[in-house]
Design a protein around this ligand. Structure first.
Ligand SMILES: [Mn+2]
Length: 238
């Protein structure tokens, strides 16, 4: 069967030193690329840019969309003022990701969101976020060590697609976030939570394939969880 083309939303990196300080580069973390490859897909980086017609034409050529991690979401997109704990924002990328999401949904292609991607999908579905870890989040969600190391548990809803994939009610995940889903967006349901109730995974309820993860399965390469999540997504995109 044809290998599906998986578009991965890109970010910018600004050179801090070297021959071109301040120079802008388009990129995604290599773990996204490798995880898609290992699952049998053909990864393609979708560079950040603001031409809507080009984005639409690009999404018409892919078989699945992966919204990747990055900056905090600008709170203006869910009707809030910035709070002190908000991190760096990039509203133009929020718009870029929301356009990719809208064009992908027009085509009914499989969509997966990771970390910031999970959050932007919630906001695009009229949900909201805690701008910084709320008081009830007592588990360490910014693990500040080895990116792929699973450090906290996630409890999975038994009637979910995630449970069907993982085959267990509990699994260990890594954690690199300080924003958290607050109100769950329309057409989404929570299917995985940390034991402090922080939302770690969601699924679309009225869309063929929409999965979101607050943790970073792409960084957990060589784990069974990485394999099942990416194989499920790439297979759905075939
Ligand atoms: Mn977490």
């Amino acid at each position: 069967m044809k290998q599906p083309l998986i578009g991965i939303s890109g970010s910018h990196m600004i050179d801090q030193g070297g021959p071109f300080p301040g120079y802008k580069r388009s990129y995604v973390n290599d773990d996204y690329v490798q995880s898609v490859l290992e699952a049998g897909g053909i990864p393609v980086i979708i560079p950040f840019q603001e031409d809507e017609a080009v984005l639409k034409a690009l999404v018409e050529r892919i078989d699945g969309l992966l919204l990747s991690g990055g900056h905090d979401i600008a709170p203006q997109f869910y009707g809030e003022e910035p709070e002190r704990g908000l991190g760096e924002i990039w509203p133009e990328r929020d718009i870029f990701d929301m356009r990719l999401l809208a064009f992908a949904k027009e085509r009914n292609i499989p969509i997966m969101g990771i970390c910031r991607g999970h959050q932007i999908i919630n906001v695009a579905h009229k949900g909201s976020l805690y701008q910084d870890l709320p008081a009830f989040a007592t588990i360490k969600h910014a693990q500040s060590q080895t990116a792929g190391l699973p450090t906290h548990s996630m409890v999975i809803e038994k009637d979910s697609q995630l449970f069907a994939m993982v085959g267990a009610e509990e699994v260990m995940v890594n954690s690199h976030h300080h924003q958290v889903v607050k109100e769950v967006g329309e057409g989404l349901r929570v299917v995985g939570r940390a034991k402090d109730t922080v939302v770690e995974a969601m699924e679309g309820t009225d869309y063929p394939y929409l999965r979101t993860y607050q943790f970073h399965p792409e960084m957990m390469r060589h784990t069974e969880l990485n394999k099942v999540i990416f194989e499920d997504f790439v297979t759905a995109a075939k």
